[in-house]
Design a protein around this ligand. Structure first.
Ligand code: F6R
Length: 248
């Protein structure tokens, strides 16, 4: 996977936000919509902050943006402070001129019996929008992208999954205790992600160095979902110095 190493987190955010803005402006000039696949978590917050700045100061418009988020915890009430829906509105959507009807986030509040149909509908909505033009990803300590934990197959699609115990431990502080972290989630699959025309995967901090090395240099293997990105022709790994420390 082609890798870009930068010194600091804000430089990485500027680079990635700049690439997204370029794509958005090209599409706007052509009178076309642009489909963005978005992630939550701490890593993309700087990218969203920079996009908001460009919206405010440079007139970057989101009027023609259609978005699909990667995942949501299950179960998850819409109004919960932990919901990814809330995260996205707080960290990006409320601050820009995106049409709420164009925002798609898996619904963690569905009854269990409704989930399979909703996952199929999510895939259909991505297809109907013309596919994802640009997918933003973080990487978990387990090597997950979205919530595709170890064992997720290359042909997996949007579905309900069990969260790995390492992932639940990593989320424990946010939820004031591991016992409060949901055991399941709804996530786009590996095949859904690999369907994007362009992918940017971001990692910062020394705690990601081991998994970055495994993802970039390791054998393609279900044990580390991010290794499947090696098969994607247009993926770039953006890392800071700390996360790049173990690369050879
Ligand atoms: C979030 C997601 C996850 C995170 C990953 C890294 O929507 O799909 O794969 O990207 O867990 O999280 P942070 O950025 O908080 O280290």
């Amino acid at each position: 996977i082609p890798t870009i190493i930068v010194e600091a987190h804000d430089e990485l955010a500027r680079l990635v936000a700049g690439r997204i803005a370029t794509l958005m402006r090209e599409r706007e000039a052509a009178g076309r919509q642009v489909v963005l696949g978005l992630a939550t978590g701490s890593t993309p917050i700087g990218v969203y902050r920079e996009l908001i700045r460009m919206h405010r100061e440079e007139g970057l418009s989101f009027a023609h943006v259609i978005s699909f988020n990667l995942d949501e915890y299950y179960p998850m009430r819409v109004e919960s402070i932990h919901s990814y829906r809330r995260f996205m509105w707080e960290n990006l959507f409320s601050h820009v001129n995106i049409d709420a009807a164009n925002v798609h986030i898996p619904d963690g509040a569905l009854a269990r019996a409704e989930v399979d149909a909703a996952c199929a509908a999510y895939e259909d909505a991505i297809t109907a929008a013309g596919g994802i033009d640009f997918q933003l990803l973080g990487i978990g300590k387990t090597g997950h992208i979205g919530f595709n934990e170890p064992g997720s197959g290359e042909s997996s699609r949007t579905r309900m999954v069990h969260l790995d115990s390492i992932t639940r431990r990593d989320a424990a502080a946010d939820f004031f205790g591991e016992e409060n972290v949901p055991r399941e989630a709804i996530t786009m699959g590996i095949a859904t992600i690999l369907g994007a025309r362009e992918i940017a995967i971001l990692a910062t901090g020394e705690h990601k160095a081991g998994v970055v090395r495994r993802a970039v240099e390791g054998e393609i293997d279900r044990a580390v979902a991010a290794t499947f990105l090696q098969r994607h022709a247009n993926t770039t790994f953006y890392v800071d110095d700390a996360a790049a420390a173990d690369l050879t």
